[in-house]
Design a protein around this ligand. Sequence first.
Ligand code: CA
Length: 526
Amino acid sequence: MSHRPYTRRDVLRAFGAGAATVALPGCATFMRRGPGAGQRRPPNIIFIMSDDHCAQAMSCYGSRVNRTPNIDRLADEGMRFDNCFCTNAICAPSRAVILTGKHSHINGVATYAHRFDGAQTTFPKVLQQVGYQTAMVGKWHLKSDPTGFDYWDVLIGQGPYYNPTMICNGERRDHTGYTTDIITDRALAWLESGRDAGRPFMLMCHHKAPHRNWQPGPDHLTLYDDVDIPEPPTLFDDWSGRGRAATQQEMTIARHLTPADLKLKPPADLTAEQRAAWDAAYNPKNEAFEKAQLSGRELVRWKYQRYVKDYLRCVASVDDNIGRLLGSLDRAGLARNTIVVYTSDQGWYLGEHGWYDKRWMYEESLRMPLLVRWPAAVQAGCVNRSLCQNLDFAETFLDVAGARIPGDMQGRSLLPLLRGRAPRDWRSSVYYRYYEQPGYHNVQRHEGVRTERYKLIHFYRLGEWELYDLSKDPDEMRSVYADPAYADEVAQLKAELARLRKRYRVTDAADREYDQLLELRKKKSG
Ligand code: CA
């Protein structure tokens, strides 16, 4: 590995004034004791990501359904981003965008069926080149082995909630226990005694939870047993104000949850002790359900409660484990100059519009939570509303480390925003594209553009467009695409979509590639 010592120019580049900026309202420009001012060491980075954890299930984002005290600490002590959006709302593709700073059609992972090419440039590799130690622990899910890490310890594929086998630097290791706890144990082991304390580090701690099928940990099996979780106002949406795509999906709480999702049967491969705890929690609940004999809306309501409580129990373990990581940083005196980022790979439906899952460019699925705590440089308790994307994460990590951002990365460093400044030429729209159809949950392929106020979506295989005026219709209940009052907006947004396609060099190659992968799969199985 080539090490390059930090030069004064690197530090100035990372923390000095860049392009023309304006102060963000409510965020004081925070530079008086930033690194570079008396700090010789570039910041450490802990990048925590969970899978499918939506902002609606975090109290720092105003959750109506749960409390997340440890995650809230990051918001209280750092910056909360309210307009962070993914480019393609599905797990593996979002991970590939984050690693490369490039859209799906460039990084090669447009769908679950694609395999990540680990030979391409990623931000961990560039961090290594400037002297960082890098580690990746937890969910990887990109089909190829991790590259660019001094240490990696990852689940196989999606990985189970209990008793996972993990691959540690190429070697299989079996673990007994709850996966969210084990991932944190492995991350802490590296953080506390596995790394070289003399060099800056970047640690990725990536949880499987709260991904489907939402199996809670032993500490939270009966959490929420004695409460009703509030229902979203759109639980019984009939999608009448939208086009065909919304009516064709297969992700309803009413019809598409399986007996395993609803815990009508226990998970396989529990230890005897885990199974006893599981049965003690779920057998009484299942007996009560069998007695109740529900149907119609009452059955949907029961499924909603069952689903959302298990999801929130999984979130509770993620929150506990973030508390463990923050506690370790405090004890080691590392908190001040360590950037802690918390996000999830995309948004998620907690019953809004009657749904679970993601994939859509609609708001709940598109929106990513993003919290950044960095006491040495970020003002505590600040909220940012600039349009950001997972496309920007790689550039941001490189920028804070003083590394050169490769010219072919397509996002933009969030560092000025973190310091309370907004560059005058910051983006005013984001591009989105989803490819995986045919696929799970039958969400049609679509692309689109979102601005602060509007969202234009093109379901290009259906030949249908939708337009939402988010200022008047934040829940996206009625497309106004055909409303003549919005003709000017439609024309402007179509022009903006064309501009973004050109800027990001969008072609239809990824569509054709996915069609070919499906064809190949059909031949193999036939
Ligand atoms: Ca996900």
